[in-house]
Structures are given as C-alpha cells and as structure tokens.
Design a protein around this ligand. Structure first.
Ligand SMILES: Cc1ncc(COP(=O)(O)O)c(C=O)c1O
Length: 363
C-alpha cells in the first residue's frame, strides 16, 4: 500500500532561492545580502553566548526570545506583547498565513512581489489573489480592498521593483481593507519612511521585518513581526516552541542595539546605490528608482530595444565574469530587467566594468 500525501502538497512547487554558488571568486549581487560584515558587537555576542566551552548550548534557549523581543520593543516604542520573533522573517510570514489563510480564505499579494507568499499559501491549500502593479508603478487601492483576501501582503519597499509606496497610500488600504494587512518591510531600513506607526493606528496592520538585509545577518535567520497583541497571541500558538536558537537571539539583540553601525552601513549602501544608478543611467540603461539595497535596471545596447532576450544575454555575460545578478522573466515589468544587489565599492566597480563592456557590444 502506498501512503497518500495531501494532494495540494503533491501539486505545489517549492520556493526557488537565489543561487548560492560554490567555489571562490564570485561577486554575489543576486540575493540582496549586505556586502559588509555585521556589527563587531554581533561576533562578540556570539562568542559570549557559547562562553568558551559551549556549555550554554546544553540548555534550551528562551522559548519566546525574551531579550530580543525587549530590544525590538524598545527600538520601535511598542509594548512587548506587540512583538513576536521569527527564525528569519520567512518564519513569521509562514505563521501569518497559517493563522489567517486556508481553503476558501485567500492570500492576497501585489504582483510582482515576493515569490515566497504563493508557496506558503499553497502549503495551507489557500488560494492566491494577485493585484497587478501597473506600468506607472502604482496599484489600485480599490483592487486590494475589494480583493476578497483574508490576508494581504504589501511588500514595501517592493521587491523586486525596489520602489516605495507612500505610507499615506498604505494607510488608505488599511482603513478600507476588511482583512489582515501585512506590510513586509524587509527593506525598510533603506527607504525614506516606514509604516510602523500604522500598527498603533490600525488594528488590522501587521509589520514584518528581517535582520537579513540591513543588519547583515542573513546567515543567522532573525526576523520579527509587530502587531496588535491579539494577532501576536494567535501566531504564538502556531510557532515552533523554540523558533530562535540561542545564537540567533544573542546576535539579534547585539545587532539591534548597535544603532550607529546600522546608520553607517545603510549610509554606505545608499551611497553606492546612487553611484550604481547614475552610472547605469549614464550607460543608457533604464533604472527603477530604488528605496532598497538593490537596483532593478534594464540593460540596453545601442541599437537594440530592451527585451527579455537582451537581459538574458547580459545576465549570461555577467555570469561568465563570475558576477551573479538575478532575473525575473515571468512578469512583464521585470522580464527585460536585471536585479542587482548593491555591493561594496569594489564589487560595484567590477559590475560596472562588465556592464560597460557588454553595453559596448563586446561579449
Ligand atoms: C520581501 C522579502 N521579505 C522577506 C524576505 C526574507 O527574509 P528572511 O531572510 O528574514 O527570511 C526577503 C528576502 O529576500 C524579501 O525579499
């Protein structure tokens, strides 16, 4: 007898993460990691957390990541019961979908946006409704508020486009949407404003954050959610009992507390983002204004119109130089573009040299 799995699990496809190349010498501008090492306070905290001989690792960590949540609560000026910690923000996105979506209870999202949401929805047998981002890079507020979704995700700033939707517009959605509105703020540290204050003013707004980008901790897996206590209490029921390990909690506290490191690093990334943007514009590429740590740019060679095949050609040329960027061929707004993570100055220079070479018709 053959065991029968859930048909909806059998039918779903797993999330495809960006390539993590093996071997040396790659310039990795494909998964929006921070090009700089984390705050030195993080390394010190990690060493402290194992106290030399590793003895603390015998013991389970704080089940509710208490100290980390206290640091989040202090940072945003919200009560402790407004905060839940996640093993990366992907963990909290999953908890939100488990708690609020299911068969007949759709997950809503802007399209394009983060391609993990439909995967998490499929795992709960929940339908997905998509609201398209228009060619002028806006979306219709009404289309979201009347989408019928039980939970709607607005990635803000948007990935993979990089644009930021104004808080006023998000507030308008929140005021008219009957379901739970999640603002995924993975890239908010690089943006001119965020939506944290909407959690205080609107009972249906939830913010998710990650330490993977601005805090340079993608390898640690630390994220969190800010929401009203009644939402947090639901998520608390479905999360793993010890969803953050000792090291992740220690690293998370140290990273949040080192505000000056964050300001300096975000400043450097924003500076390089501007240089990258201006250089690509100067080469004749088109570039979407970015509020994130990446840039969506359409490669153009003189004489050839922007096309998907052009972006594929540029992608392969860069790859041949061991420079990895990312393509999103399945949406018309992104099909002819490349998403380029902002790297160090050296990485940006190497990318720009290769991009210039390709634009000049070599390769
Ligand atoms: C929009 C968005 N949300 C969430 C995440 C996931 O973050 P984490 O590493 O905390 O799981 C990403 C990562 O690329 C992202 O782009």
């Amino acid at each position: 007898m053959k065991p029968i799995p859930n048909a909806y699990i059998e039918a779903m496809l797993a999330y495809t993460p960006g390539e993590q190349p093996q071997g040396e010498g790659w310039i990795k501008l494909n998964t929006n990691e921070n090009p700089y090492p984390p705050s030195p306070a993080v390394t010190a905290a990690l060493v402290g957390a194992v106290s030399g001989d590793g003895a603390p690792l015998r013991l389970y960590p704080s089940p509710d990541s208490r100290r980390f949540r206290e640091a989040v609560s202090a940072l945003h000026g919200v009560p402790l019961d407004y905060v839940l910690a996640g093993n990366g923000s992907d963990d909290v996105l999953n908890l939100l979908i488990r708690a609020y979506a299911g068969p007949g209870r759709p997950v809503g999202m802007l399209n394009p946006s983060y391609s993990l949401y439909p995967v998490l929805a499929a795992a709960q047998n929940a339908p997905v409704v998509r609201v398209e981002i228009q060619s002028d890079l806006t979306f219709a507020v009404d289309a979201v508020t009347s989408s019928g979704a039980s939970i709607f995700f607005i990635t803000n700033p948007n990935a993979p486009l990089g644009i930021n939707f104004a808080r006023k517009m998000i507030a308008q959605v929140a005021a008219n949407f009957p379901g739970l509105l999640v603002v995924d703020e993975a890239y908010a540290a690089f943006a001119p404003e965020d939506c944290v204050e909407l959690v205080r003013s609107h009972a249906n707004v939830v913010i998710t954050r990650t330490l993977s980008k601005a805090h340079a901790l993608a390898g640690m897996r630390v994220g969190y959610v800010l929401a009203r206590p009644e939402v947090i209490a639901l998520l608390d029921r479905v999360r793993d009992s010890y969803n953050l390990d000792r090291l992740a909690q220690a690293a998370g506290v140290a990273a949040l507390n080192d505000v000056s490191w964050l300001q300096e690093t975000v400043g450097k990334v924003k500076h390089s983002r501007e240089r990258l943007t201006q250089s690509l514009l100067g080469m004749g590429w088109s570039v979407v204004p970015s509020a994130t740590n990446f840039v969506l740019a359409t490669p153009v060679r003189p004489g050839s119109p922007p096309a998907m095949s052009t972006s594929e050609h540029a992608f392969e040329f860069l790859r041949s130089k061991k420079i990895l960027v990312r393509r999103f061929p399945s949406h018309p707004l992104t099909a002819s573009a490349l998403r380029i993570t902002v790297g160090t100055d050296v990485e940006v220079d190497a990318f720009l040299d290769a991009a210039k070479e390709w634009t000049a018709g070599r390769g």
